[in-house]
Design a protein around this ligand. Structure first.
Ligand code: F6P
Length: 492
């Protein structure tokens, strides 16, 4: 259903809401973000432009002859997806060299200043002939989509498309551009590792937006400071406004909530119950859980080292506690990620060898992405470990407490976006302090029932306050305020 009076809307993200398989079938992305944006897209005259991520996506895009593909939502709504297939080599440079690890590392303070990765010709070429090319490809698709239409609104997602807004603005100065960055925005010195020309292009690109959104006030603050320090721009920190080329860029914080209703529905499914039965059959007295992508920013190795230390310092817990780590392999074509997975497996072997017994494997490593299996474990953990070094938001920190039924305690890194909202009811930790992590595991496992329940109730109340529809509506309200354009009725 589209609203005739509403402004035309284009959404842009690297990973789209659907993926096509070789047999022509289609699978839908999961998670609050996809749900929220699908809700937005299907209630408006919207097209979602995304990269063709697989050969089957590219084939489907070719069959569509560059036209958008009609998608029906499970609830009977409709929207359109346009998949853009870039040159394979350009896409490789875009995704595997520039977006990850280069920008990802800068934006999670993962850049090892004394060591690799260096920026040489190879990386600069990947920026010029990969990152820029894919940005140009999607920008072209956006420009085509809004051609001849009045008051278009374009909502861009994430660090893959910092150059796109300037390209679209150059072709259509009247466009309204809103860009949400899902990962942290680091302090200005972290950006100084990017060669000056590249850095300037990134900032000129993102400053072509009318509104730039982040998950937290602290990323908003860092972004404003960067504009002052690195670009010499006039910034109103209080109001969150950057003045750039006779325009005002609004910088805002919109923390992403989870889709509590959908997660609770998954928690009641038969498949989750099957996993629960299996989990309960094998469970020891205590269960520690982590669920993450196998990403360096998640700090998986320090989590296992802390567990190792905890077992060493508290031998009374031997055979009584299991640490289940469900990790989804990610970006494995990037050497740093492939190597990280190897280091994870090696450390798990060491800890299990050091403390395990013939009947007890202290760490159970599950290298897979299975939402139902994760949700089953969410219901029964005693401790949820979220110890990311830096993390844009971290939705596991919200989903776990929502469905937990055991008074589970959250150990939460103070460097996650979620900490701004949940810190009060979690055991906050400095993710680099392994002793503090080990102590937090001990405190969580020995905490009295009353205090555990109080903390969990506090977390449940916060994570059910807003939903992804509200998150979208907060952004639409700002678009309406700044541009005066109507994007139709609220989503939430
Ligand atoms: O956190 C940023 C993000 O783009 C998320 O939206 C997403 O869950 C994650 O990274 C996955 O990244 P990729 O698309 O590289 O698998």
């Amino acid at each position: 259903m589209s609203t005739d009076t509403a402004a035309p809307l284009v959404l842009v993200s690297n990973r789209g809401p659907v993926t096509f398989e070789d047999d022509g079938s289609m699978s839908r992305g999961t998670g609050g973000l996809v749900t929220a944006l699908t809700g937005l897209a299907s209630h408006r005259d919207a097209v979602w432009i995304a990269s063709a991520m697989t050969p089957a996506d590219a084939k489907r895009a070719q069959e569509a002859g560059g036209r958008p593909i009609d998608i029906r939502t499970p609830t009977g709504g409709e929207y359109q997806v346009k998949l853009v297939a870039s040159d394979a080599e350009a896409y490789d440079g875009f995704y595997n060299i520039v977006a990850n690890p280069m920008l990802w590392f800068i934006q999670h303070y993962l850049w090892d200043l004394s060591n690799a990765p260096d920026i040489r010709r190879h990386e600069i070429d990947a920026f010029d002939y990969g990152y820029r090319v894919v940005n140009e490809d999607l920008a072209r698709a956006v420009i085509e989509e809004i051609d001849g239409r009045e008051h278009p609104v374009v909502m861009v997602h994430d660090y893959h498309f910092y150059l796109l807004p300037a390209l679209v603005r150059a072709a259509r100065p009247d466009v309204f551009l809103h860009h949400f960055v899902h990962i942290p925005w680091t302090q200005s010195d972290a950006w100084r590792v990017l060669p000056n020309r590249l850095r300037e292009e990134v900032f000129r690109g993102i400053l072509a937006n009318d509104i730039v959104g982040f998950h937290t006030r602290s990323y908003r603050r860092n972004f404003l400071q960067c504009c002052e320090d690195l670009m010499g721009l006039e910034v109103d920190h209080e109001a969150g406004v950057v003045r750039y080329e006779d325009r005002e860029v609004w910088v805002r914080a919109y923390p992403l909530p989870i889709d509590a209703r959908a997660t609770l529905q998954v928690a009641r499914s038969a498949r989750v119950r099957q996993f629960e039965t299996e989990l309960l059959r094998r469970r020891r007295d205590h269960l520690i859980l982590r669920v993450d992508r196998a990403d360096l920013s998640k700090n998986v190795l320090r989590g296992f080292s802390a567990f190792d230390l905890f077992l060493e310092q508290h031998p009374e817990f031997a055979e009584k506690v299991t640490f289940v780590a469900q990790l989804m392999p990610s970006r494995t074509d990037v050497p740093e990620y492939a190597e990280y997975l190897e280091r994870i497996e090696a450390l798990v072997a060491v800890v299990n060898h050091r403390h395990g017994t013939p009947d007890w494997m202290p760490i159970q490593l599950k290298l897979r992405d299975d939402l139902e299996e994760a949700v089953a474990a969410y219901k029964h953990y005693d401790v949820l470990l979220v110890n990311a070094m830096f993390d844009g938001m971290n939705l596991v920190a919200k989903e776990g407490p929502l469905v937990n039924e055991r008074g589970g305690v959250s150990i939460l890194s103070e460097n996650t976006g979620a900490h701004e909202e949940l810190g009060e009811f979690a055991l906050s930790v400095n993710p680099f302090d392994i002793q503090e992590l080990a102590d937090a595991i001990h405190s969580a496992l020995t905490m009295g029932e009353g205090r555990r329940a109080e903390r969990l109730d506090g977390l449940k109340a916060i994570v059910t306050e807003r939903d992804p529809g509200d998150w979208i509506d907060e952004q639409l309200a700002d678009i309406r305020k700044k541009a005066g354009v109507d994007l139709g009725p609220p989503v939430g």
